[in-house]
Design a protein around this ligand. Sequence first.
Ligand SMILES: *Cc1c(COP(=O)(O)O)cnc(C)c1O
Length: 356
Amino acid sequence: MDSNILNNLQLTKVAVSKIDTFDFENVKFGAKFTDHMLTCAYKNGEWGALEIKPYAPITLDPSARVFHYGQAIFEGMKAYKQDNNDIWLFRPDENFHRFNKSAIRLAMPTIDETRFIGGLKELIKVEKEWVRKGLGNSLYIRPFMIATESGVIASPSSEFLFCILLSPAKSYYSGKIKVQIADYYSRAANGGIGAAKAAGNYSAQFYPTKLAQEAGYNQVIWTDSTHTHLEESGTMNVFFRINDTLYTAPTSDRILDGVTRKSLIALAEHLGYQVKIEPVKVEAIIQAAKEGSLKEIFGAGTAAVVNQIEGFAYKDDYYELPNIADEDAYALQLKNALTKLQNKLTDDPFNWTVKI
Ligand SMILES: *Cc1c(COP(=O)(O)O)cnc(C)c1O
């Protein structure tokens, strides 16, 4: 960490905090934000000073490149408060490195660890009252970067804005979801930007997801270019349990390298489950569903941690998964183990948690 950068941070506090009127019990995920945000501008080939200031709209030229050519990337992570008021991040280095990988893929500048992780820690110190104790409570962290240079010229911007927003989150039970396996649309291409956390990956999937929802499903599970292998779901990586073995696809340039995915793989192995990281064929999953050896499918991502799937559609057929008891569900065992570790309610043998 470069202490000069942190010493030069400009802090402007709100006159009156919103916290006293904030309804922490009924927060909708990602809908409301804390009092302050962190910003940092890139210009003339370098990042400028960090600023923490009141959460407010930002003004951009209407020709700013982000609006026309989609140079926009983001991250998603969480902070947790322990009973003794210590605040913890979970594997922030993973998000930091992934952010820079996304930046490189979209021809955007990388950012240094001091501005990303150091800046985030300073912002959370200012907003510490917004991190609530108790299992299920967290502060969702949304770092992002956009191209701000003006001009409708189809070339990379030379000016950017880095920003971090904070949003109080509460885990809720969303119920099991129904998914549709993609057999026409794709969210990512070979050699494309699927492995980057790029804003455009989401716009690519909204329309097919809407069609799936109209047909009665909550989400799409994306497949490869030939629709032969199962890859990932909307905002989550996917795990399949056949008998007592967990399968998940290896990461590739079409699949986001999820922090939850890699943490669940390590935890599952630690708990003695058999895990196989290999391409998962649509055909194999259908066969397993027909034979009754397919026990579970679940998505894994920072926002919901784990999302259990009750059944899937492929072309004209729907396959229902067995109704497995909560205590026998790998999805819930792993979710429990991960959220307890993140909330410092158990040991952290992997050294994943980082104190602020
Ligand atoms: C963010 C994201 C995930 C999950 O990643 P985590 O690091 O576990 O939150 C999975 N797939 C896509 C497409 C994503 O954008």
